[in-house]
Design a protein around this ligand. Structure first.
Ligand code: ATP
Ligand code: FE2
Length: 323
C-alpha cells in the first residue's frame, strides 16, 4: 500500500509518499517565503498555487504514478483554517478522481509517529516544539496524553516574534540560534506553572531587554531561559511517566542547544535520546502519509463528508488505535 500525504497547516506545504512498511519514497516541501508573520489567506493562496506541481514532484521522486497510490491522507488540524481547507479540497479531489480512500489526520500525532518511525523509539516521552505548538506528551491508555504544554504562545512563536520585533529576519529560530553564539546570560523571566509553560511574558521581557543589552546576550538568554523551562517540564514528565526514551519533534527542536540540554537531561535519567533527521522534524508530508497508513491499517475510515477540517484539535483527542 502507498499513501500520499499532504501537509499544509501553516506556511509550509508538503507532500510525502510512504509505503505500509514505512519506507519514505518522497518527502517534498515548499515553504512560503516569509517576510513577516504568517497571513492565513496568503498562505492558503500559496498552497493552492503550489499543490499540483508539488504532488507531481513527489510522484516523480517516488517513481510512481497516481494510479499506484492507494490512500490519500491530509493534515486535518490543528492549523490555520484557510490553509487546512485548501489541502482538504486537494485531498478530496484526488480521492474522488482516483477512487481511493481519503483520511484527515492529526498534525501533532503525525509529528510523534514519524519520529517513532525514523528513530526506532518505541514508547517515548515526546518533546514537541514548533511555531504553533509546545507540548510534552506520552502514550497512556490509548492516547498521547499531554503532560505539559504552553498556556499562551508556542516556543517557536516566541522566538519568531522576538526576531520580527527586532527586525532580525524570519523565521527567527535559526537566526536567533546563530546570534546567540558568544552571548552571555542576562536575566529574563522564567515561567513554569505546575507542568505548564508560559512564553508571552518572556517575549515581552526579551524585547525590552534588547534596548539595554547586546543582541547576542539577549538571544543567548532567550534561548537558555525558554529551553530550560521546556527541559524542566520534560524532566518532571519523564520522572512521572517512567518512560525510558525521549523523542523530539517540531521545527524548534532542530536547535542544537535545545538538543544538547535535552540530551544531558536524558543522560542524567538514563533515558535514551532520539532525534529524527532534520527533514522530518519540521512540518512535512511524509509524517501525514505515515499517520495515514497507521490509521487506515488500524481500521480508521472516513466518508468524504466526514473529512471537515478541525482548526483546534488536541493531540489527546485522538484515539491511538495502532498501538
Ligand atoms: P506546527 O504546525 O506544528 O506548529 P510549524 O508550522 O511551526 O509547525 P515547524 O517546521 O514544525 O512548523 O516549525 C517552525 C518553527 O521552528 C519556527 O518557529 C522556526 O523559527 C523554528 N525553528 C526552525 N529552526 C530553528 C532553530 N534552529 N532553532 C530554533 N527554532 C527553529
Ligand atoms: Fe508542525
Amino acid at each position: 500500500m502507498l499513501c500520499l500525504g499532504i501537509e499544509g497547516t501553516a506556511e509550509k506545504l508538503g507532500v510525502g509518499i510512504v509505503s505500509e512498511k514505512g519506507e519514505i519514497l518522497a518527502n517534498e516541501g515548499k515553504p512560503m517565503p516569509l517576510k513577516e508573520g504568517i497571513h492565513p489567506r496568503e498562505a492558503a493562496q500559496h498552497h493552492a498555487q503550489n499543490i499540483k506541481p508539488l504532488i507531481e514532484r513527489a510522484l516523480a521522486k517516488a517513481g510512481v504514478g497516481m494510479e499506484e497510490v492507494d490512500l490519500i491522507a491530509f493534515s486535518r488540524g490543528p492549523g490555520l483554517g484557510p490553509c487546512l481547507r485548501v489541502i482538504a479540497v486537494a485531498a478530496r479531489t484526488l480521492a474522488l478522481r482516483y477512487k481511493i480512500p481519503v483520511l484527515g489526520v492529526n498534525h501533532c500525532v503525525a509529528h510523534i509517529e514519524i519520529g517513532r518511525l525514523t528513530t526506532g523509539a518505541e514508547d517515548p516521552l515526546t518533546v514537541y516544539a514548533s511555531g504553533g505548538n509546545t507540548q510534552v506528551t506520552a502514550f497512556a491508555a490509548k492516547r498521547y496524553r499531554v503532560f505539559g504544554e504552553t498556556l499562551d504562545i508556542a516556543l517557536g512563536n516566541c522566538i519568531d516574534q522576538f526576531a520580527r520585533e527586532l527586525k532580525l529576519g524570519a523565521p527567527g529560530g535559526p537566526i536567533v540560534e546563530r546570534l546567540a553564539k558568544g552571548g552571555s546570560y542576562v536575566e529574563l523571566p522564567y515561567v513554569v506553572k505546575g507542568m505548564d509553560l508560559s512564553y508571552s511574558g518572556l517575549l515581552t521581557a526579551a524585547i525590552k531587554k534588547a534596548k539595554s543589552a547586546s543582541i547576542a546576550d539577549v538571544c543567548f538568554s532567550l534561548q537558555e531561559t525558554a529551553f530550560a523551562m521546556l527541559v524542566e517540564v520534560a524532566e518532571r514528565a519523564l520522572a512521572h511517566t517512567e518512560k525510558e526514551e525521549v523523542l523530539i519533534a517540531g521545527g524548534v527542536t532542530v536547535n542544537a542547544r535545545l538538543q544538547e540540554m535535552l540530551r544531558s537531561m536524558c543522560a542524567e535519567h538514563g533515558a535514551a535520546f532520539y532525534a529524527p533527521p532534520g527533514e522530518v522534524l519540521g512540518d512535512n508530508g511524509a509524517m501525514i502519509a505515515w499517520l495515514g497508513v497507521l490509521s487506515y491499517s488500524s481500521g480508521v475510515r472516513q466518508r468524504l463528508e466526514e473529512t471537515q477540517v478541525i482548526q483546534r484539535w488536541r493531540t489527546d483527542e485522538v484515539e491511538v488505535l495502532w498501538r
